[in-house]
Design a protein around this ligand. Structure first.
Ligand SMILES: *Cc1c(COP(=O)(O)O)cnc(C)c1O
Length: 401
């Protein structure tokens, strides 16, 4: 038997593969260099060009570029008018920012459980958690697969809730032919280097709603406006005059970052195609292995996948997830786990959230591992990943006597 490297065998490869990596080429470098010697490093033409292009790409009216995905979520919560006493329903199987943004505005996150096969928030569980304090839903397109937009929209319409989509994983995905970014009341994106396209740090919010757009613009730049229509003290003294009309933050994206993202946006469709090819290859390989559970594909979603998750069927393996993770590392394949259910973190436990709130999310968490997925992986790289998984499964397969 071919022994796993952790048990003394030869690793499937010599160099380390990580679960995600940015793809930067000469055009990206050129785009950034040009801005560095231009007149504007921030608040310049690249930011507005980026906002126009994101809105056009998503097929929606407005986009506001911000400094990161977390700032995007914070601005969306501000624009939604969320305040202390309000409840917001979200998923625990996500990065902490999806719920932290609710706490930033003094409101209360309420965790709904996820679908056991797709791992996306379950609309029935959203419904079950609605109270007369519920004001909004923050749904996460987990791994890039679209949430059940029609059902969530219907629930939000029925109960008069604002639908915020955390699409940090999902730029480039579509639901029934409509691009993510055009579906919810507000959609938040992240452009961190592990995400599909990057500006180093960066984020954006898209919306079709003019009122939300005005509030998003104010929220990300100190609550300050140059727009005479919004000013209270008109006529004003001169062209230098601006007004602060609400309390906002400095969450602006720079022109340097915008230029990088504009260049990355050009390659999004190519990145999507490469990611889809790798996902298909992994799905074909892992669906043959009973010890591995493959995340269910959502037929309504044309997905630009951000993460590829394998879930270990721990009843069929003589190892823990930790042992599997360490065995993969020894093969030189560095996995990650996405995510610890948010409310299990000490900070949330101290706020009073308890284990057992979302049994599906907790059960899924126990067996998941994210394996390498990014466009520059070679055929050999993905072969190595599959070989490593097979080798480790073979070694730890539970053989009934
Ligand atoms: C990455 C991520 C965020 C936060 O984005 P940053 O740009 O890192 O602030 C929010 N939600 C989800 C689901 C994410 O994956």
């Amino acid at each position: 038997m071919n022994l796993p490297a952790i048990k003394g065998g030869t690793p499937v490869r010599d160099t380390k593969l990580f679960y995600g990596h940015q793809c930067i080429d000469e055009n990206d470098v050129k785009a950034v260099s040009e801005v560095l010697v231009s007149d504007y490093l921030t608040c310049g033409p690249k930011v507005s060009e980026l906002e126009r292009k994101i809105a056009a790409y998503c097929g929606c009216k407005y986009a506001v570029a911000v400094s990161n995905g977390t700032a995007a979520l914070h601005c969306a919560c501000i624009a939604a008018g969320l305040k202390p006493g309000d409840e917001v329903i979200t998923t625990p199987l996500t990065f902490a920012a999806s719920a932290n943004c609710v706490l930033y505005v003094g409101a209360t996150p309420v965790f709904a459980d996820v679908n056991p096969e797709t791992y996306n928030i379950d609309p029935e569980s959203i419904k079950a958690h609605i109270t007369d304090k519920t004001k909004a839903v923050i749904a996460v397109d987990f791994t890039g697969q679209c949430v059940e937009n029609e059902k969530i929209r219907a629930i939000c319409d029925e109960y008069n809730l604002i639908f915020i989509e955390d699409a940090a994983h999902a730029i480039g995905s579509s639901y029934k032919g409509k691009k993510v970014g055009s579906l919810a009341d507000m959609t938040c994106f992240s452009f961190h280097p592990v995400k599909t396209i990057t500006s180093g740090e960066g984020g954006a919010i898209t919306t079709n709603n003019e009122e939300f757009h005005k509030k998003l613009v104010l929220a990300h730049t100190h609550g300050i406006t140059h727009d005479e229509d919004l000013m209270e003290d008109a006529p004003h003294e001169g062209p230098w005059y601006y007004e602060q009309i609400s309390l906002g933050y400095n969450y602006r994206l720079t022109d340097i970052q915008s230029a990088l993202l504009l260049s990355q946006l050009e390659k999004l469709e190519l990145f999507k195609k490469k990611r889809q090819e790798i996902v298909k290859k992994y799905n074909d390989a892992f669906s043959q292995i009973p010890e591995i559970i493959v995340q269910k594909e959502i037929p309504e979603s044309d997905t630009c996948r951000h993460l590829y998750i394998i879930r270990l069927n721990l009843d069929k393996l003589k190892c823990t997830r930790r042992e599997f993770f360490d065995a993969m590392s020894a093969e030189n394949i560095q996995c990650q786990v996405h995510y610890v259910p948010t409310y299990l973190f000490p900070y949330y436990r101290h706020l009073g959230y308890k284990e057992g709130l979302c049994p599906n999310a907790e059960e899924i968490y126990k067996g998941i591992l994210s394996i390498p997925l990014y466009p520059t992986l070679s055929e050999k790289d993905t072969d190595d990943v599959i070989e490593a998984v097979k080798k480790i499964v073979d070694y730890y397969r539970f053989m009934p006597s």
